[in-house]
Write a protein that binds this ligand. Structure first.
Ligand SMILES: NC(=O)c1ccc[n+]([C@@H]2O[C@H](COP(=O)([O-])OP(=O)(O)OC[C@H]3O[C@@H](n4cnc5c(N)ncnc54)[C@H](OP(=O)(O)O)[C@@H]3O)[C@@H](O)[C@H]2O)c1
Length: 291
């Protein structure tokens, strides 16, 4: 039995689909408010709970052999990115789980002081690596599926909002490729006890993204380049009455103001371990936008 947290999220949903296609038993950890009927339809066992409640984690882990931690947090990095994962690892040990896959983030090891999610991910990585469990830690760059709503808006308006430096480099990863790696990590020896940066095959500049949209939709882009101090202004304003949102914006600012890309060698290593070629952003978008 596989336990998948974040089963209704961008990555988790695809992981559950892949596992069910291979007829694995899957327990999908979802909230009552989550949109989980598709997962139920595919034969996943639905576990309703809240990852902020320790008892729910303890119950969800009973009798599972594999745990895939693919949940995220909107603004509460301490309780979701940190505590929930530590508890999942403790329960994995208690249940003698055979393999634990953790979705971290590219740059988790760079010590970004202002980004609670990055700090939580790094702390969890260390805890997992020292746990004695078999593990795989995947550190993705940005997910291609995040760009689908922006592409849809571009299709209608030709507009693209680019916050921060247009020359910053990124390696957007196909969400389908990442989901496949998550599932294959459990069986492939090359992925055992590894921390792997995960990106797409090309190093893109952020300004390449509207160019790709433009090619796909055959439409000239109108790029609005907003400076980072707009985010700083928002952070200061929110900080006056909501410190959690201020912290979340710290993670967001870190994402916007730094480069998140994989080297050619890292991608070659990934393709060797998982034995497939990762797809380009353009190919991913064309598949989903049917153009
Ligand atoms: N998106 C990216 O570009 C990116 C890049 C690098 C790393 N990552 C990491 O990859 C992981 C998955 O990202 P994603 O984009 O797939 O996430 P996502 O689409 O934002 O989904 C988050 C998931 O977590 C669940 N969740 C949130 N709070 C919960 C709670 N209290 N109890 C139970 N479930 C809860 C959500 O459930 P609901 O459906 O109920 O909201 C949802 O299923 C995250 O750890 C993220 O940090 C993402």
């Amino acid at each position: 039995m596989f336990l998948v947290t974040g089963a209704t999220g961008g990555i988790g949903r695809k992981v559950v689909r892949l596992l069910r296609q291979k007829e694995n038993l899957v327990r999908a950890f979802v909230r009552l408010s989550s949109r989980y009927s598709e997962l139920e339809h595919r034969g996943a066992d639905i576990f309703i709970g809240d990852l902020q409640v320790e008892k729910d984690i303890e119950k969800a882990c009973r009798g599972v052999q594999y745990i895939i931690s693919a949940h995220g947090s909107d603004s509460d990095a301490l309780s979701l990115d940190y505590r929930a994962n530590i508890e999942l690892i403790n329960q994995a040990k208690a249940n003698e789980v055979q393999h634990f896959v953790f979705i971290s983030v590219l740059g988790a090891d760079r010590g970004y002081e202002d980004a609670p999610v990055f700090k939580a991910k790094r702390a969890v990585e260390r805890y997992l690596a020292a746990s004695g469990l078999n593990y795989t830690i995947l550190r993705p760059a940005g997910l291609a599926s995040n760009l689908l709503p922006l592409a849809e808006r571009f299709r209608e308006t030709g507009l693209y909002l680019l916050v921060g430096d247009p020359k910053n480099r990124t390696s957007i990863v196909s969400t389908d490729d990442l989901a496949k790696m998550v599932v294959d990590s459990i069986t492939l020896e090359g992925a055992l006890n590894q921390i792997l940066p995960v990106g797409g095959p090309e190093i893109l500049l952020r300004e390449d993204i509207p160019r790709i949209f433009s090619r796909i939709f055959n439409k000239d882009p109108i790029v609005i380049n907003s400076p980072l101090f707009v985010v700083d202004g928002l952070r200061n304003a929110f900080g006056l009455f909501n410190p959690q949102v201020q912290q979340a914006l710290g993670t967001y600012r870190t994402l916007l103001s730094n480069e998140f890309f994989c080297t050619k060698e890292e991608i070659a290593n990934l393709e060797r371990i998982f034995n497939f070629q990762v797809e380009t952003l353009e190919s991913f978008l064309r598949r989903y936008l049917a153009v």
